[in-house]
Write a protein that binds this ligand. Sequence first.
Ligand code: AMP
Length: 283
Amino acid sequence: MEIIKSIEEIRKISRETKSKNRSVGFVPTMGALHQGHLNLITESVKDNNITILSIFVNPKQFAPNEDFDAYPRNYQRDLDLAKDQLVDYVFMPNIKDIYPIGYKTRIVVNELSSIIEGKYRPHFFEGVATVCTKLFLATEPSRTYFGQKDYQQCLIIKRLIKDLNLPIEFIMVPIAREPNGLAMSSRNQYLTETDKEKSSIIFLALEEAKKAIASGELKRKSINAFMHKSLRSVPEIKLDYAVCCLAEDLSEPEIFLKGDKIVLLIACYLGKTRLIDNSLMKI
Ligand code: AMP
């Protein structure tokens, strides 16, 4: 496994690989790797001749009041895990190469970026779309792997790839969870043991709402109310949103129809830690 810092060098490696009719898988991350990231790597290694993992804590997707400085960084552990997972190249660019002095360009995927999660983190998806575009242009992958854990992000990156005619296949990988249902996240390190136990209510709220839907509840507001009720049973949870939408475009019809593919999305705080989760279902 090689560590590459230079954009030109990673691009050269990717181009040379593809010129020999070999495929390049790309897994973008911010490091602090856990099983969720490792599952993306496993899929990429399975599908492609080489896999590039990027580790870059992207300042542009953190608001000033968020945890950019405190974000967990443990590069040696990440590199050991990446090597075990058979990653070929770890791309770790410097901030000044990704955002050179005087940097001005922004990538915005309209509408999808300003609803639901975008309402609570207004600059987040612009930061994600901008850095992913830059990472795609540096690594020129055949396929890229993202986690369903960040479902809205998946829709945005899929849209961006289509809109910019990037020749990249997008693959969404299911959510990796702790035994109690908590979706794995680098930020789970911030949770106390008690918080971790309490956090299982998020997965339970998703499951309870899905049960209600399966037994015939199709009104959006009632489905949302099911999730709210479950989450209220843990007073320490401060809810940002718990909503049911059409999975395709996150629109919110009053009533869902048989055959609809839906997604239930939750974001909440437990203490100071913000947690997100979701679940897909066909009605
Ligand atoms: P991050 O390092 O948090 O930016 O995440 C990098 C990639 O890993 C993104 O595509 C995430 O959606 C994905 N990811 C993070 N947590 C999980 C999880 N629990 N299950 C599956 N994918 C995940």
